[in-house]
Design a binder for this molecule. Sequence first.
Ligand code: F6R
Length: 258
Amino acid sequence: MEVVIMADSHGVDVVAASRVADIVATKDSPVLGVATGSSPQGLYRQLQGMVGAREIAFSDATAFALDEYVGLPESHPASYASVVAETVTQPLGFAAENVHVPLVRGDPPDKVAARYDTAIARAGGVDLQVLGIGANGHIGFNEPTSSLASRTRVKTLSAQTRHDNARFFASPEDVPTHCITQGLATILEARSIVLVASGAAKAAAVAAAVEGPLTAMVPASVLQTHPDATIIVDEQAASRLQLAEYYRYTYQHKHIVQ
Ligand code: F6R
């Protein structure tokens, strides 16, 4: 894993956006995996600026959301369908028909989940997956003890995730109890992965994911097995990394050896 430590969350957004732009520039029809939540919002705004400056374009790109709540109307402002439409599809100029969210829409959730993996494969797989990380070490909604070999499926949200996401709902009881999430094995099939995290609340999860053992108790630790995973964090999110100095040194000297 490459670990990049920036002074603040703005630095995280800038480095992550340039990584996305590099990959988008090399593909005719890039396929992006997009996280929701707070972490990637600055990255998406950076990309919007680059689209406005005509440095990149997503008109021929496809996007797959990481996850969606089950039991929440698609039109609810906290549904990931709404969030992806507002923060990715519209501002970045994706064609709406190229943006996919695992929506139940009256179908059996298990079937929707299985079809989602098929749709990703039919699109040629994900070129770049953008991830955030939960304070409990989840990626997507793969909560602790998720199988490292899991595929897209229905999951029960942990109490901590429902608590953490209550800020997007009128009351904590309104947070759905279930979701459909890409599995850990699904996520690992992306050709490149960029995880962004800022703030002290993520420090323990980042340290466990990067430097702890590979364990289903910290689902993000599975990224240690990916050949092209970049973890971009601010100083606060990096504050519990034992090898922070080494990561800084490596990043500063990256271009010297290339
Ligand atoms: C979002 C997702 C989650 C979030 C994580 C961090 O689609 O799958 O894994 O990335 O919960 O959320 P924030 O960024 O809101 O702290």
